[in-house]
Write a protein that binds this ligand. Structure first.
Ligand code: FES
Length: 100
């Protein structure tokens, strides 16, 4: 495997070994959706789950590196916008940007 151009971290809501955070409740399938959509688009992207990012009030939370961009309230529609934004030509709606 080549080094990915982008690493997308999806909050997996893990806390002390249990899945319990709000992201899990509101983002069922988001990890799988991003993984499959990135593959369908032929993007050189790695998608990983994380533990709770302690930003549950903003969940579901997704982070994109190396840009260091944090996104909130990510739905499949927002996930599409995030993938569209990886080439820098499309912006994710400001309402979903947590930090850039
Ligand atoms: S469960 Fe995602 S930030 Fe806490």
């Amino acid at each position: 495997m080549n080094k990915p151009d982008h690493h997308i971290l999806v909050c997996g809501s893990f806390r002390n070994g249990a899945v319990s955070g709000v992201c899990n409740k509101q983002a069922a399938g988001l990890f799988q959706y991003l993984t499959e959509e990135a593959e369908d688009r032929g993007l050189n992207v790695m998608v990983s789950n994380t533990g709770c990012l302690n930003l549950c009030v903003h969940g579901p939370v997704v982070i994109v590196y190396p840009e260091g961009r944090w996104f909130k309230q990510v739905t499949e529609e927002v996930a599409d916008a995030i993938l569209d934004s990886l080439d820098g030509e499309v912006e994710v709606p400001e309402a979903n940007v947590l930090a850039a």
